[in-house]
Design a protein around this ligand. Structure first.
Ligand SMILES: [Zn+2]
Ligand SMILES: [Zn+2]
Length: 166
């Protein structure tokens, strides 16, 4: 990623605050690409909390990402929602901490947000829970029009065989 990173937060001043200090930062980003992951309408908040061992970041974000419906094969915007909390420990306070509070005071949440967003993408994305999919006989998008093939039950290969026999 190059240039301005809106998920990079300047949190140095929070470390200087007393334990119990909370700062909520709203997030509102129209469009952002995290490496290979395009996100639209990214919104939510990051709450930074000064705790005795460091600073915790509580991230709650929602976004849309382009996807293709497995039923009708049409492109659509998949809604994603993530929610996680991480502790950024002051060095020396917790030797086994997973994340250390950056000396620069610059906390880049982009890699973690990307990771959580990728995990939030469903394995089988559908444009709508009641997507009717494609007609197995003629391939028409059954959300858009009725081709009447759905009345015929059974294997489409049998339908072909039946047509040959007639
Ligand atoms: Zn669909
Ligand atoms: Zn059909």
């Amino acid at each position: 990623m190059s240039g301005f990173n809106p998920l990079n937060f300047n949190v140095g001043f929070i470390a200087a605050e007393t334990v119990g200090y909370v700062r909520e930062i709203p997030v509102e980003i129209a469009s952002l690409t995290l490496q290979d992951l395009p996100l639209h309408a990214l919104h939510g908040s990051v709450v930074f909390d000064r705790v005795s061992k460091g600073v915790t970041a509580h991230v709650h974000l929602e976004a849309l990402t382009p996807a293709e419906c497995i039923r009708c094969l049409q492109p659509f915007e998949q809604a994603l929602e993530i929610d996680f909390t991480e502790l950024y420990a002051f060095s020396g306070k917790m030797p086994d901490a997973e994340f250390i509070f950056p000396e620069s005071g610059q906390l880049n949440l982009a890699p973690l947000v990307r990771e959580y967003m990728l995990l939030a993408i469903p394995m089988h994305a559908v444009c709508s829970p009641d997507c009717k999919g494609l007609c197995p006989v003629c391939g028409a998008n059954m959300n858009e029009h009725v081709c009447n093939h759905e009345e015929e039950s059974g294997d489409p290969r049998l339908a072909v065989l039946k047509a040959l026999l007639e």
